[in-house]
Design a protein around this ligand. Structure first.
Ligand SMILES: [Zn+2]
Length: 161
């Protein structure tokens, strides 16, 4: 992994992440508050997932986007509730959700188990995502996002705009 082409691509990517965006994504542009940014990233992930569902494909991306939207929505709720979330692993996010009062420990355990299942699935048993699974995880992500929005009474959600 040290070819010149790879090194050049890596340097370009590093440079790109240091620059201010030249053509920022709609919905997350002009958002300077980190808590609102978490919310808006979740809004955009759900919008992208719906876009792909409507095209009847790319299930892997929809599932990944749904899980990230769940994490971003939880992170938004936790931070909007006055808690700080230091660098956390995927599974710690759910514990913060309990601490901030978004859901019970039982729900956190089930969400975490779902995430682990998605990570550890074997190719033959459960690894190929089907339409039913895709719609179920997308609906879960959407519902959790809506609850975080309703409970915080934020007006920053852009999902229905
Ligand atoms: Zn939203």
């Amino acid at each position: 992994m040290t070819s010149n082409d790879l090194m050049k691509a890596l340097a370009n990517a590093e440079d790109a992440f240091q620059r201010s965006p030249d053509n920022p994504e709609i919905g997350v542009e002009f958002v300077s508050d980190p808590t609102t940014l978490q919310l808006r990233k979740a809004c955009r992930l759900l919008d992208a997932a719906q876009f792909l569902i409507d095209r009847n494909g790319h299930y892997t991306v929809i599932i990944e986007a749904s899980f990230v939207a769940i994490e971003r929505s939880i992170q938004f709720y936790v931070e909007a509730s006055g808690y700080t979330m230091p660098g956390q692993s995927h599974t710690e996010v759910y514990d913060y959700g309990v601490r901030a009062g978004l859901f019970s420990q039982d729900i956190a355990d089930r969400l975490e188990a779902l995430w682990e299942e998605n990570r550890s699935e074997s190719y033959y048993r459960t690894g190929i995502a089907g339409e039913y699974r895709v719609k179920a995880i997308y609906q879960l992500a959407t519902r959790l996002h809506q609850e975080a929005v309703q409970l915080t009474r934020t007006t920053d959600c852009i999902c229905d705009r």
